[in-house]
Design a protein around this ligand. Structure first.
Ligand SMILES: Cc1cc2nc3c(=O)[nH]c(=O)nc-3n(C[C@H](O)[C@H](O)[C@H](O)COP(=O)(O)O)c2cc1C
Length: 245
């Protein structure tokens, strides 16, 4: 089945190289407008988006994200923040102790994420490309300080946007049967599908890296997860009033 929306959704790939062209202000407005039309837990709208243009701040974000030059160079960089401060500030009837519940952290993080995905899709529909930057969680303290985040607000990830200067081939996804189940969780039939997928991903990297890399999905994923366990994230979030119980 195909229609224009499905075509757009299925054409996704992250874009990390951009032309010099700025993103027109009316496009930025349209992207944020689309983001705001994401569904939001109980209409809470527990997120804030911060655009960062200042080159010095961009440079710091790029560095703390592990030297991701596209954070510095992209025409438009925004940080999607989970935000419970607005609830605390404007809902006087709230017993604000509940904001320390793990549930509220999940809720605000999901809200920010749904808005961000809508923003990226809207941008792609306007001819832009982009990439999320979870790397800013390498140093939540510094990332938060750069954009002056108060208590009960944390940066979930960044989003780089711009006009694509290159189009990577699409990265193969897991077979649908692995991630889409009927009635109950049953992964007994997954082994053979995962094996085939490992080979597919291996081929993707072989082709993309000119034969330099010969690595499977599981090996690559494990190495990435081990490289960035970010054990400081939990304590940092608790310091900011999240996930106290
Ligand atoms: C929450 C999140 C954080 C991400 N963080 C980064 C990042 O810091 N740097 C980067 O280059 N890509 C980042 N990505 C992009 C992923 O690496 C990318 O989506 C994945 O490899 C699949 O490739 P594709 O988007 O081209 O299909 C992130 C993606 C998500 C969803």
């Amino acid at each position: 089945m195909v229609n224009d929306t499905l075509k757009l959704l299925k054409s996704h790939r992250s874009v990390r190289k951009y032309t010099e062209q700025d993103v027109e202000p009316e496009k930025v407005k349209a992207i944020i407008d689309a983001a705001q039309w994401a569904a939001t837990s109980s209409h809470f709208q527990a997120y804030t988006i911060i655009r960062v243009d200042d080159p010095a701040k961009r440079n710091k974000f790029a560095l703390l994200a592990g030297g991701q030059s596209w954070v510095e160079k992209c025409p438009l960089f925004m940080v999607f923040c989970a935000d419970l401060r607005r609830s605390k500030k404007y809902w006087p009837e709230l017993d604000d102790e509940v904001l320390g519940n793990m549930e509220m952290l999940i809720m605000a993080t999901v809200d920010a994420t749904l808005a961000a995905q809508k923003a990226l899709i809207a941008a792609q529909s306007l001819g832009l490309g982009g990439v999320f930057i979870g790397g800013i969680r390498n140093d939540l303290g510094q990332a938060s300080a750069l954009i002056k985040l108060p208590e009960l607000v944390y940066p979930v990830f960044g989003l780089c946007l711009g006009y694509p200067a290159e189009q990577n081939p699409q990265k193969p996804r897991l077979p649908q049967e692995v991630i889409f189940k009927q009635e109950v969780y049953d992964d007994r039939g997954d082994n053979v599908l995962i094996e085939e997928y490992e080979e597919q991903v291996c081929k993707y990297y072989r082709d993309r890296e000119g034969g330099l890399e010969n690595i499977t999905w599981s090996k690559r994923s494990a190495a990435y997860m081990m490289a960035k366990p970010r054990p400081e994230v939990g304590p940092y979030l608790r310091e900011k009033g999240f996930a106290l119980k």
